[in-house]
Write a protein that binds this ligand. Structure first.
Ligand SMILES: *[C@@H]1O[C@H](CO)[C@@H](O)[C@H](O)[C@H]1NC(C)=O
Ligand SMILES: *[C@@H]1O[C@H](CO)[C@@H](O)[C@H](O)[C@H]1NC(C)=O
Length: 198
């Protein structure tokens, strides 16, 4: 689920900024706090800034009927108090999965993420272990004159049972900064992935 958010953030940044130099705007995660309702689900997020990747793992202890996720993303420029972008959205995971399984774009994104591990495929979400290892999004070089941007991502997930009763099952806070870095380990852009590598 986090990966949809990461992709959305990446797409927002791609829309805001063109591509010029051989520099890369990358996030540095400062603080990741995760909380799970352990009776129903456990989850972990690990990241590595130097060889950039994210690992996500989730253990589902009880079948989940239906799940809503909510995220607040705020991006601010410390040098410019008037520059703030924010995104505040609620999505239904089962509807996303339904879309992912039915539309070509959804299948493409889902297929891309699926290569990194064992992800949730459909609802209800069965008991079991789900994970994504060594995930990173496709990158394209960016311009050198961008200011540092701080980001705060607030993510939570609510379970909806058969009678639509809501239970908070995950609540995460992720803070960091996007900075322009000279990188020598650029991940290929999304179009470079066609046709398939490997
Ligand atoms: C992520 O998972 C991979 C594969 O299991 C592992 O090699 C790597 O060290 C993990 N990274 C972090 C930051 O835990
Ligand atoms: C996001 O939306 C919710 C519900 O509409 C609201 O309660 C919350 O304050 C909003 N958060 C931000 C950062 O605007």
């Amino acid at each position: 689920m986090l990966f949809y958010i990461v992709l959305v953030v990446q797409i927002l940044l791609a829309l805001c900024h063109g591509s010029l130099a051989e520099k890369m705007m990358r996030p540095k995660f400062k603080d990741i706090k995760v909380w799970s309702e352990e009776k129903m689900v456990s989850h972990k997020i690990a990241y590595d800034n130097s060889d950039p990747h994210l690992n996500f793992s989730m253990e589902v202890h009880q079948e989940l009927q239906d799940v809503d996720i909510h995220f607040d993303v705020r991006i601010t420029n410390k040098q410019d108090p008037y520059y703030t972008s924010s995104l505040n959205t609620t999505l239904n995971i089962c509807r996303i999965l339904n879309f992912a399984n039915k539309s070509p774009v959804g299948r493409f994104v889902h297929g891309f993420i699926r290569e990194f591990g064992n992800i949730v495929e459909s609802c209800p979400i069965a008991k079991g272990s789900y994970y994504i290892n060594k995930f990173w999004w496709p990158e394209d070089p960016t311009t050198a004159i961008l200011p540092d941007l701080e980001f705060e991502i607030h993510f939570n997930a609510q379970h909806l049972d058969a009678s639509k009763k809501r239970t908070l099952i995950m609540n995460d806070q992720i803070d960091g900064v996007f900075t322009v870095q000279d990188v020598n380990n650029l991940k290929p852009g999304i179009f470079a992935m066609l046709p398939k590598r490997r």
